[in-house]
Ligand binder design. Sequence first.
Ligand SMILES: Cc1cc2nc3c(=O)[nH]c(=O)nc-3n(C[C@H](O)[C@H](O)[C@H](O)COP(=O)(O)OP(=O)(O)OC[C@H]3O[C@@H](n4cnc5c(N)ncnc54)[C@H](O)[C@@H]3O)c2cc1C
Length: 383
Amino acid sequence: MDFDLTQEQRLYQRAVRDFCEGEIKPYAAQVDATGELRWEAIRQMPALGLTGLQVPEEYGGAGLDTVMASIAVEELARACGSTALSVSAHNGLCCGPLVNWGTPAQKARYLPRLTSGEALGSLALTEPGAGSDLAGGVQTSAVREGDSWVITGSKAWITNPRYAPVIITLVRTDKQAGARGFSMLLVEPGTPGLTIHPPEKKMGLNGSPTQMLSYDGVRVPLDALLGEAGRGFHQTMQTLDAGRISIGALSVGLAQAAFEEAVKYAQARRAFGKPIAEHQAIQWMIADAALEIEAARLLVYRAAWLKDQGRDFSKAAAMAKLMASEVAEKVCRSAIQIHGSYGYSREFPVERIYRDQRLMTIGEGTSEIQRLVIARHTLREFG
Ligand SMILES: Cc1cc2nc3c(=O)[nH]c(=O)nc-3n(C[C@H](O)[C@H](O)[C@H](O)COP(=O)(O)OP(=O)(O)OC[C@H]3O[C@@H](n4cnc5c(N)ncnc54)[C@H](O)[C@@H]3O)c2cc1C
C-alpha cells in the first residue's frame, strides 16, 4: 500500500516506526511478563501525537485524520500489542467521545490531561452480563437526585481504568425507553462508591490493564453528562464504528510483526540441506500471509478514508475489523508453525503476538457481530 501513501503519511509512519523500534519493541516481552506498561515510553508519545491522535491541537492533540491515526496504531501494534491496545482504547474510546460530544468545559477539564502522556482514558460499556447485546443487557443505571446523577451497577473487562483521569460510563437513565434510555456519564476515579478492581489475569495483552468496576451509589454532578441524555446508545454505536477501524489497524500491526519474524526465521533455519524458506510449503504460508495482510490493510485504510470523507463507514469498518482480526489469527498461527518448537517458546516474540492477537476477534464487537453488521447493511442495500 506504500505507493498509495502520501509523502506526509510515509514520513509520519517512519517517525512512529523509529520511535517504536527504539522505545517500545525492545520492551514488549518485559511489558507482557510484568503486566506493566512502560510509562517512560508513553510520556514521550505526545511529541508524535500518539496520546491525542485525533484530538484538536488546542487541547494538546495532533488533530490527525483517521488514515494517519490508523498508520500510527498499526506501528504501535507492530511493536507491542499491550501498548497498542491501551493507547488505541485511550484515543478511540475515551478521547474520541470527549472530542465529539464534550462541552468546552468538559474538553478543557480532561483533554489536556489525557493528551499529556501522563494518563490513559477509559470507556466502560461492557458488564458481567452484557457485551454484544448492550441495549438488551446493560443494567448499570443512574438516577437524578437533586444536583447529581447517582450511579449503581458494575462494568467488566474495561481497559485502562487504573490509569484514567476519567472513565466514560454507559448507564441507563430511563429504564422505560429501551435503546433511547441510555446516557454517557463522566466518572472520575476516586469518586466515593467507585471501586476499580485488580486487573484480570488474561491470556495475552498482559501489560494493558483490563478491570472490573463497581458503582455503589456513585454521585456525579449533572454536568458530568456527556452529550444529551438518551443518546448514549447512539453514541456507543458511533464510537464502536470508529473503534473498529482502530482494532483493524491493531490487528494488521500484530500480523505484520509475526510475519516479519516468520520470514526472518524461515531464511535462517535450515532443514533438509537448505533454508526452510526454500521449501514450498513454507513459501505458501509466507505468500498467503503477505497477500492477506495487504488486503486487510487496504480495508482498514478504506474504512478510515470513508470516515475522513464524512461518508457512511459502518459497514466498511466492520469489514476491516473482521478481515484484519481473522487474518491476524491465521498469520500468527502460520508464524508459529514456521518457527516449529521455537514458536511455542516464550523466547520468541511470535508466542506473545499469538496470545495478544486472540482478543481482536472478540473486543469492540466479536466476529459474529461484525458479520451481523455487514449482513444488515448488505440486505438493506438490496432493498
Ligand atoms: C482485553 C479486553 C479488553 C476490553 N476492553 C473493553 C473496554 O475498554 N470497554 C468495554 O466496554 N469493553 C471492553 N471489553 C469487552 C469486550 O468488548 C466484550 O467482551 C465483547 O464485546 C464481547 O462481549 P461478551 O464478552 O459479553 O460476549 P457475549 O456477548 O456474551 O458473546 C459470547 C459469544 O456469543 C456470540 N454472540 C452474541 N450475540 C450473538 C448473535 N446475535 N449472533 C451470533 N453470535 C452471537 C458472540 O459472538 C460470542 O462468540 C474488553 C474485553 C477484553 C477481553
